[in-house]
Design a protein around this ligand. Structure first.
Ligand SMILES: Nc1ncnc2c1ncn2[C@@H]1O[C@H](COP(=O)(O)OP(=O)(O)OP(=O)(O)O)[C@@H](O)[C@H]1O
Length: 334
């Protein structure tokens, strides 16, 4: 449905690339989350797709039609793409109903379509109100109704829940995606929150420094992360650097980078009880009760500090920790 091919965009004549050689495809009806830290290029990528920026290289196609390339540029309003941003961007002087109606000029029965969209987002009774008379969550649902009204082929959501407090965020996110699933529209969902991405996306695309590091289903991102960065996005992870390899006496391939999930580190009161290939002693320097579990801050003989979790309430000051080779994650050197 969407095909991105070798897409690049620089804002400073090629010295730095906000998006660099990005390629991926998206199937119709899929929800793909775009995750990455601040400045990784998420917004630039979706602005290129929406037609709010022009690419320096590469192409974007929807179906078999090129919508952006070096010699082709389809105007944003002709792309059949709906947009919902962090700021709700409703017209303050128009009622909710008029806001949704806006952009439906060419549609027959546009009033009934606008009302249908307000029904869909659960705001049937609020059509005559103005944006300032609604809560943030309600305004974002209006923005969604407005984006969905012209029946877009692709819906782009760019950090739509960032302005809301945590409780409302989760509730609204679930409501919004329930609505989206009913429509079957294809979605690109920009978020810096991995929890958001894991909760609603079919696939997750990870951007780092403008490049796609991995695009995969959630389980693969956890089990087979491409890089240490991806591994640490989806679960607490310890980098097994040279010092840790020495401490655990586990020499690993020098050309690669290695890590272990914190939850794969085995904590044991004695060496006899620890069922693991690589083992060392550790001093407990801090115990923090976190609900049912205890977080231990440990210091190894080598001076390295590690944090692990345990359920064991009777932890001595010196313990054994270890892990098994099957649980080691290996990446190409970063
Ligand atoms: N209009 C612009 N002019 C100059 N530089 C820009 C422009 N837009 C983005 N950039 C730069 O491009 C890079 C990527 O920015 P972008 O906004 O796409 O990142 P992001 O991942 O969406 O970040 P955030 O999560 O903070 O919104 C950054 O270095 C940013 O400073």
């Amino acid at each position: 449905m969407l095909t991105i091919n070798s897409l690049s965009k620089s804002f400073d004549k090629g010295r730095n690339y906000a998006i660099e050689n990005v390629s991926f495809t998206l199937k119709a009806g899929q929800v793909c989350a775009i995750v990455g830290e601040s400045g990784s290029g998420k917004t630039t990528l979706v602005r290129l797709i929406a037609g709010l920026e022009r690419p320096d290289h590469g192409s974007i196609a929807m179906g078999d039609k090129i919508i952006a390339s070096l010699d082709k540029f389809v105007q944003p309003e002709k792309r059949k793409i709906g947009l919902v941003f962090q700021e709700y961007a409703l017209f303050p002087h128009l009622t909710i109903f008029e806001n949704v109606l806006y952009g439906l000029s060419k549609m027959k029965d546009k009033k009934s379509r606008a009302q249908e969209m307000l029904d869909l987002v659960g705001l049937s009774e609020m059509g005559q109100r103005y944006p300032h008379q609604l809560s943030g969550g309600q305004q974002q649902r209006v923005a969604l109704a407005r984006a969905l009204a012209p029946e877009p082929s692709l819906l782009i959501l760019d950090e739509p829940f960032s302005n809301l407090d945590t409780m409302l965020r989760t509730q609204l996110r679930n409501e919004v995606f329930d609505i989206i699933k009913k429509t079957g529209v294809t979605v690109l969902f920009v978020t810096h929150d991995t929890q958001d991405a894991l909760s609603v996306a079919d696939e997750i695309l990870i951007l780092q420094n403008g490049k796609v590091i991995q695009k995969d289903v959630a389980t693969n991102l956890y089990v087979k992360p491409n890089t240490l960065y991806v591994a640490s996005l989806f679960g607490s992870t310890v980098h097994i650097n040279k010092n840790l390899q020495n401490a655990f006496r586990c020499p690993l391939k020098e050309t690669c980078c290695h890590a272990i999930r914190n939850d794969k580190i085995i904590v044991s009161p004695s060496s006899a009880e620890a069922d693991c290939e690589y083992l060392t002693t550790a001093q407990v320097i801090k115990k923090i009760q976190l609900g049912d579990s205890i977080q231990l801050v440990l210091k190894l003989e080598s001076g390295e500090q590690l944090t692990v979790m345990t359920q064991d309430k009777n932890i001595a000051d010196t313990i054994y920790i270890g892990f098994n080779s099957k649980d080691i994650l290996e990446f190409e050197q970063e």
